[in-house]
Design a protein around this ligand. Structure first.
Ligand code: ATP
Length: 605
């Protein structure tokens, strides 16, 4: 019921259209009810009195009614679709906008396929109900009730006797609705899983082929496809059982009417005209009941699909600009401070349902704290970074380097402590501005299926060609681009297919440089390029880094030689901090790494 009421809210902006559609439906229903009444007159006042003039008039009246109904249907078909499409448009817009706001931690767990299927199939199912099913349900009920009134006013005994199969029919319908609802729920869920399998397979097709796992993937897809097939067949069996029975019971109404009606006509308790009108009217009983089977289907499907869409829309967004809009970021200089920062990915309260009792939560809170402490990936980080400083972050894989940097842009919020820029907590800044102030070259580059120019100008679509080329030159990719078939207009694939790993990384670097941010983050940004290109990029970067606070996450010591400060992370804790020379003099991770890399380069690796 709550779902239905919420769906109705989406129809509210189209209220006028809905009123027009319903009015047209009621007019069409009235015409349907008047037509048999006119037919009755054809028999009783025309044919039986041999008044052909009256018959002609009545036939013309019937023609007028039919023309009116057809015109109404024409407008109604359009307005009905418009209401449905309006709801789809709003729901899609809302869901898409919300997906843009949802934080990283949502995407850490969400399945892309499920989201796509909600955005397409589930929203479409909602439209079918709002635009078609719901309206037809109202029209059907109006026809049913109206027909009963007209029939009863003409001959109530025959009407009531004819309706005797209806209670059984309603019982069948109720049972069908109860069974088909869960089936639709499973179908919608399975469609989501099927889309996820497909999406993962297409995205990971290179891995699938490299590991010759096509067979395994095929059977995984076949399994889910079969599940979906089985559930759909189960639904079809439910329909096959219910619909003919409903049709039969509806037909029985008609037969009873003919038999009882004939007896009443024979006994002069009913005129022939009324008998003929009743034949027509019985369709006004049977049609809505038969339609009801399909409407239950559409209704149940929408009832299962809508919560899947609402679930996304209702997901809490806990990383946002402050309510007052936040502090303007235009003048950020780039003084960065990590004050006693502790961070865990999985806060226990993320997992808890919202209605979990407070008592339980309190009892668990002590345990939670300990769990959070142990699951933390960063512990008590204390850092003071000057404006324009170049900071290299070193550490073994999984030591927390990327997590540390992610807190800066609020991809995640700290569990404890605070991250400050220019003395202000990052949570107090306007979020978009904050993120634009931090240029990131991530470990994994995502390029859009667009021209290479648009890819570089992604964060600054208004950039001039000259600015784009300058950024590309600094990232050492300009020469490569101008030698491509269409230069900066060359289209590149969804994942930058057609570009090598190093080239993709340089496009991402150009993208970050173009943003001209006060803070720059290079997360293994030169890991995929050869040493010659790497040193050329570093030359270019020297100029880029000038005046900007820069974080370099790197495994190679060569890329951090120019850092003002090196921070060494181990298991989420800062274990060493200082200049290259200072750390070289200490016994620790840094010197061991240095020795290992020197040995490797001496042995030619
Ligand atoms: N989205 C996530 N959800 C939960 N845990 C995560 C997530 N991302 C990383 N982790 C965990 O957090 C820890 C730190 O990861 P992080 O990516 O910060 O390390 P890193 O030092 O950057 O590693 P690498 O050098 O391999 O990139 C790891 O134990 C990792 O398994």
């Amino acid at each position: 019921m709550a779902t239905l009421l919420r769906l109705l809210k989406y129809v509210r902006p189209s209220a006028m259209l809905a009123v027009v559609t319903l009015a047209l439906m009621f007019i069409a229903t009235l015409i349907d009810l008047l037509a048999p009444w006119v037919l009755r007159k054809v028999f009783d006042d025309g044919i039986s009195k041999n008044d052909m003039h009256m018959v002609l008039l009545l036939v013309l009246a019937l023609l007028g009614l039919q023309v009116g109904k057809s015109l109404g249907n024409f407008v109604q078909g359009y307005t009905q679709e418009l209401i449905g499409q309006n709801v789809v448009f709003t729901l899609r817009k809302q869901m898409y906008a919300h997906l843009q706001r949802l934080p990283f931690k949502y995407y850490d767990k969400a399945q892309t396929g499920q989201l796509m299927s909600r955005m397409t199939g589930d929203i479409e199912a909602v439209k079918n109900f709002v635009g078609f099913g719901g309206m037809m349900l109202v029209a059907g009920m109006a026809t049913f009730v109206g027909t009963l009134i007209f029939m009863c006013s003409m001959q109530w005994q025959v009407t009531l006797l004819s309706l005797s199969p209806i209670p059984v029919l309603l019982l069948v319908m109720w049972m069908f609705s109860n069974k088909v609802g869960p089936a639709w729920g499973r179908i919608r869920e399975q469609m989501g899983r099927l889309t996820t399998t497909l999406q993962e397979n297409i995205s990971g097709i290179r891995v699938v082929k490299a590991f010759a796992s096509e067979g395994k993937e095929k059977s995984k897809f076949a399994g889910r496809n079969e599940q979906n097939f089985e559930t759909n067949m189960h639904r079809a069996r439910l329909e096959a059982n219910a619909f003919p029975l409903m049709g039969f019971l509806g037909g029985l109404t008609f037969l009873i009417m003919i038999w009882v009606g004939a007896v009443y006509v024979a006994n002069d308790k009913m005129s022939l005209g009324t008998f003929m009108a009743f034949q027509w009217y019985t369709w006004g009983i049977i049609w809505p009941l038969n339609m009801l089977g399909w409407q239950i289907n559409i209704f149940q499907q929408a009832l299962k699909a809508a919560p899947r869409v609402f679930e996304v829309i209702d997901t809490k967004v806990d990383i946002e600009s402050p309510e007052d809009g936040g502090i303007d970021t235009a003048n950020i200089r780039g003084v960065v401070k990590f004050q006693n920062v502790t961070f865990a990915f999985d806060k226990k309260d993320d997992e808890q349902p919202e209605d979990a009792s407070k008592k339980e939560a309190a009892a668990a809170s002590e345990l939670e704290l300990t769990q959070q402490e142990t699951s933390a990936v960063l512990h008590n980080i204390q850092l003071d970074i000057k404006q324009g400083e170049v900071v290299a972050v070193l550490g073994a894989t999984g030591s927390g380097k990327s997590s540390l940097i992610a807190l800066l842009s609020r991809f995640y919020d700290v569990s404890d402590g605070s991250v400050q820029i220019d003395g202000i907590d990052v949570r107090d800044y306007e979020l978009e501005g904050l993120r634009r102030s931090i240029g990131i070259v991530p470990q994994e580059t995502f390029l859009f299926s667009a021209s290479i120019r648009d890819n570089i100008a992604f964060g600054r679509p208004d950039a001039t060609q000259e600015q784009i080329e300058n950024a590309a030159k600094k990232a050492q990719i300009h020469e490569f681009i101008v030698n491509m078939p269409y230069g900066y207009d060359t289209l590149i694939g969804e994942r930058g297919v057609g570009l090598s790993g190093g080239q993709r990384q340089r496009v991402a670097l150009a993208r970050a440089i173009l943003m001209d941010p006060p803070i720059l983050v290079l997360d293994e940004a030169t890991a995929s390029v050869d040493t010659a290109t790497e040193s050329a990029i570093h030359e270019g970067l020297l100029e880029v880094m000038k005046g900007r606070t820069t974080f370099i996450i790197a495994q190679r010591l060569s890329s951090i030689r120019r850092a003002d400060r090196i921070i060494v992370l181990d298991n989420g804790r800062i274990v060493q901090q200082g200049t290259h020379r200072e750390l070289n003099e200490q016994d620790g991770f840094f010197r061991r790494l240095l020795e290992r890399q020197e040995m490797a380069s001496a042995s030619g690796h």
